[in-house]
Write a new protein. Sequence first.
Length: 259
Amino acid sequence: MLQTKIKILANEKIAPEYYKMAFESAMIVKLATPGQFLHIKVSNGSEPLLRRPFGLHSIKNMDGFEILYRVVGKGTALLSEKKAGEELDVLGPLGNGFNIPAAEKETMVLIGGGAGIAPLFFLAQKAHNLRQIIVLIGGKTKDQILCEEEFKKLGVEVKIATEDGSYGHKGLVSDLLNALPHTQERLSIFACGPLLMEKEIAKFSCEHNLPCQVSLESRMACGVGACLGCTVKVKGESPTYKRVCVEGPVFEAKEIVWE
Ligand SMILES: Cc1cc2nc3c(=O)[nH]c(=O)nc-3n(C[C@H](O)[C@H](O)[C@H](O)COP(=O)(O)OP(=O)(O)OC[C@H]3O[C@@H](n4cnc5c(N)ncnc54)[C@H](O)[C@@H]3O)c2cc1C
Ligand code: FES
């Protein structure tokens, strides 16, 4: 983990509310694992005071990488105004990251909802030559279906669901998971997206006894384990909590108390 200023190479709107920001940092490219995140100071002043966390989205080359983000509030609005050539103060890579299954015959099913697709692309970049991958992308509307072409360029199978039926299957991305023809013990699930989506997928994976890793979101302050502001309840004999920023953001779905 390092704290450093890194140069923005590009900051492009890719869909309504969604942006990709490219950075230059050979050190972060060298250190990063899929599923890890960066804690970014989005302004030079004291407003907002707290950094904002973003998953590493893609590695472009030896010294270039991207994040993909949705504008939801003050911090991300400020980020969307940044220009190529400016620098941002960044802490990271932070957190644990996904584990690529050891068994070669295991098919990885990557399930992303909205901006949740962001860290899964980096995972696909790392794993597509090692394992068979199926990507399930979900959104409320067609506008929220991101990265379809990028995944296809990696040669992985992509399936789409939109809640309003404007693109792909009409319904939830979890329907696509249910419909997958599978010999259950060969699937390994990786999910990132809205809490309700992750909860559904966790339920499915537990019922079918499938390994499932979920990347959780939580409001973060320090990002390095000191403030306990990001904890999530996990199963244990007495109530047990883990820090999303250090023990996560990736957890085994069966470990989480999904209430
Ligand atoms: C480990 C991690 C990785 C993330 N990766 C990405 C990513 O790759 N792309 C992306 O678009 N977003 C990602 N997020 C979410 C992102 O950090 C928040 O959207 C961002 O911090 C919002 O900042 P803001 O100032 O714009 O919004 P605020 O003004 O702080 O809040 C606006 C709204 O967003 C909600 N919100 C803010 N932060 C979070 C959060 N962390 N979790 C859930 N809801 C939140 C608030 O409740 C509020 O309703 C990630 C979060 C975590 C914890
Ligand atoms: S954000 Fe401070 S402990 Fe996780």
